[in-house]
Design a protein around this ligand. Sequence first.
Ligand code: C5P
Length: 233
Amino acid sequence: MGKDVIIACDFDSAQKVFAFLDKFEGKRKPFVKIGMELYYAEGPEIVREIKKRGHKIFLDLKLHDIPNTVKKSMAVLSRLDVDMTNLHAAGTKRMMEAAIEGLTRPDGTRPMLIAVTQLTSTDQESMENDLLIKEPIAEVVMHYASCAKEAGLDGVVCSPLEAGKVHDRCGESFVTVTPGVRFADGDIGDQKRVMTPAEAKRIGSDYIVVGRPITAAEDPVAAYERCIEEFCD
Ligand code: C5P
């Protein structure tokens, strides 16, 4: 599994994202994450445009619906030629299996599919009170990861702190995609549990998702290259 740094392009317009990506002209082309904000602002055309510029794309839309709807929606996303996309494991194994079916193209290829387990914004208290799930949250995360693996998914989005345990439970080739990354000398912002790229590498993350430490840096290209150096090299 090749390790890579994925830049979270959390911008609200095509103009802003292109102004950002233009800075990488003639350099290594980053793997980019397109989330709901940019996708809902600009629609599928933004995916095609960024793909045309030669970037790999993680389309982070976190699908969660009945299996038939997810299957059909994934079939549409597979035609957008993204490299990675995701869904909520809470949609059940049947929903995840339907997603794989929908995502698989007629030639048998498909983008990587990863699952969100419990959002990092959900804590033990809200899980117990709002979702009526009484098990320890770490167990819930591991159980959801196992379900994702059994359904045939390629991996999960998780905290870098959970990446090692996910690999222990689901195998080394089961991919961990981890946000919450900060430089040792940087601002942590609203992220609570953070790790440096070097620590994330040590603990076994396969992909780190980095937003503001790159997008809000004075020199985004240098910040990206620092991530690559710490995480990939
Ligand atoms: O700017 P920052 O590096 O905090 O961006 C992290 C990215 O990862 C954002 O797009 C955020 O929505 C996403 N993310 C996260 N925590 C999760 C899942 C996704 O920070 N548990």
